[in-house]
Design a protein around this ligand. Structure first.
Ligand code: ZN
Length: 479
């Protein structure tokens, strides 16, 4: 085993009787990333402090518990063979986990637990050095002088230099799985699933129908993911409306059978020259559904779309204002967002109509509300908005469209038939997209996952298509 990379191996004399360990954790905030530290103090049987140590821990799966476990591991690492000691800690969770993971025989179930690498290292270290360890709980905010000392040592370590190499203590884990040079110290099966999910989602974000619209950073993909994940009825098709969910998904993917889509799919039935059958003024593509100027007493797509956007906008505003009182400028700025510009309508208004949350909308709201709250508010309102579009525009348009198809001699039977051999030698031309596919880096998922290891939380909260996370290559010594 290569032990060169290990942090200084303090070897304490056998006279060590007790260790006081403590960890400190600062969760991430807007201005700084999370920070974990740990410290230990070694005492002999006269209560004399022999040695103390503190360390700024590398940030993997940051949590308060992790800093506590690391403190114990680092303390044990300093002991000499055959030491017999008691460890004093104010973390009761640590003690109950110790009973499950260290005092019990090894079980593969341990591998499903967060921080299992640390626990396995502790087990291995105890065996290798033949240590006899007992854990003792001290009151958290009591007057135990050594506990206070360990606590302040740990707190001070936040300002010390953070090591960039993989914590040496992992060396004791019998096996170390890494991802992009980062240790995988969570349930492996869940971790592998998150990789599959992140890769699938990246493929989704990279679809030509989205990249054709512009840079992926124009959209709030985490929000779009949230809204899609609300489609529960779709999978079970129990609570009705599967046809509406199909509409929502086809709308998002620009796969609704508009005339433009049909012209591309079946040019032998739908002449490429045909314009919108209603207004005959423009091709009937997805956006035209909401901007068609055709007016019937019961159908006015343009006005209906506008009034539904207004309804959607106003219900968003009142939902957000019901959470928190904000001054009048919030309302003014919210209304001024480009995505509510229904007059033209703006591109971002059309994206929102499809279910593509524009990034500027959530970025604005995020100044006042956390993202999970924003998604939870917007998702059902977006759904209501699209229900209206479905009922008031799409279904009505379909009735008229089918009547028009019949008048053109396009029957259900002719749609099923393929192109006749004589007509139309032109193959279905692939949809024209001025694709900006290059702007989506196909390994983005690696930085999403790496970022979730370093900063904590799910990969979906680390979507980043622009600023690439640079993970410093870690020098790990395997043995
Ligand atoms: Zn039209």
């Amino acid at each position: 085993m290569d032990r060169i990379d290990r942090i200084e191996d303090t070897i304490l004399p056998l006279s060590v009787q007790s260790l006081y360990t403590d960890g400190s954790f600062h969760p991430a905030n807007d201005s700084s990333p999370s920070s974990m530290t740990s410290a230990w103090i070694a005492l002999d049987d006269d209560g004399l402090v022999l040695e103390s140590s503190s360390m700024h821990l590398p940030s993997y799966f940051p949590s308060a518990l992790r800093s506590e476990i690391s403190a114990v591991l680092l303390g044990l690492n300093a002991l000499s063979r055959d030491s017999s000691i008691s460890i004093h800690t104010d973390c009761s969770q640590l003690i109950s986990l110790w009973i499950r993971f260290v005092n019990a025989p090894f079980s593969p179930k341990l591998l499903r637990e967060p921080n299992h690498l640390l626990w396995l290292s502790i087990r291995q270290l105890i065996m290798d050095r033949n240590l006899n360890v007992e854990l003792i709980k001290v009151p958290a905010h009591g007057d135990d002088i050594y506990n206070i000392q360990a606590d302040s040592l740990a707190k001070d370590a936040h300002s010390s230099l953070q090591p960039t190499t993989l914590l040496s203590t992992f060396c004791y884990a019998p096996c170390l799985l890494t991802f992009n040079s980062l240790p995988i110290d969570v349930n492996i099966r869940h971790f592998l699933r998150s990789i599959a999910d992140a890769r699938a989602f990246l493929s989704f974000c990279s679809l030509a129908c989205f990249t054709a619209l512009g840079s992926p950073s124009l959209f709030d993909w985490a929000g779009i993911y949230f809204c899609l994940s609300q489609i529960k009825g779709f999978a079970s098709h129990r609570n009705g409306r599967p046809e509406f969910w199909i509409f929502r998904i086809k709308l998002l993917l620009d796969m609704l059978p508009t005339l433009t889509t049909l012209q591309q799919r079946k040019p032998y039935l739908y002449s490429p020259d045909w314009l919108c059958p209603q207004c005959n003024s423009a091709p009937e593509d997805l956006n035209h559904l909401w901007t068609c100027p055709y007016i019937l007493p019961e159908l006015n797509p343009c006005l209906t779309h506008r009034s539904e956007v207004i309804k959607f906008r106003d219900s968003c505003l009142s939902s957000f204002l019901s959470l928190k009182s904000l001054d009048i400028s919030f309302r003014t700025e919210f209304f001024a967002l480009d995505c509510w510009n229904y007059e033209a309508p703006s591109s971002s208004c059309l994206w929102l109509t499809r279910g593509l949350l524009p990034a500027h909308l959530t970025a604005f709201l995020n100044q006042h509300f956390p993202l999970p709250v924003i998604y939870k508010i917007i998702s059902p309102l977006l759904n209501d908005f699209q229900v209206e579009l479905y009922g008031e525009i799409w279904l009505c348009r379909n009735v008229l469209f089918h009547a028009w198809e019949e008048s053109q001699g396009i029957s259900a039977a002719s749609k099923l038939r393929g192109p006749s051999t004589i007509s139309s030698p032109i193959a279905t031309s692939p949809q024209q997209h001025n694709s900006s596919l290059a702007s989506v880096s196909q390994d983005s998922w690696i930085s999403w996952i790496s970022s979730s290891i370093i900063r904590g939380g799910s990969w979906i909260s680390h979507l980043d298509f622009l600023r690439r996370l640079t993970v410093q290559p870690l020098r790990i010594s395997f043995w």
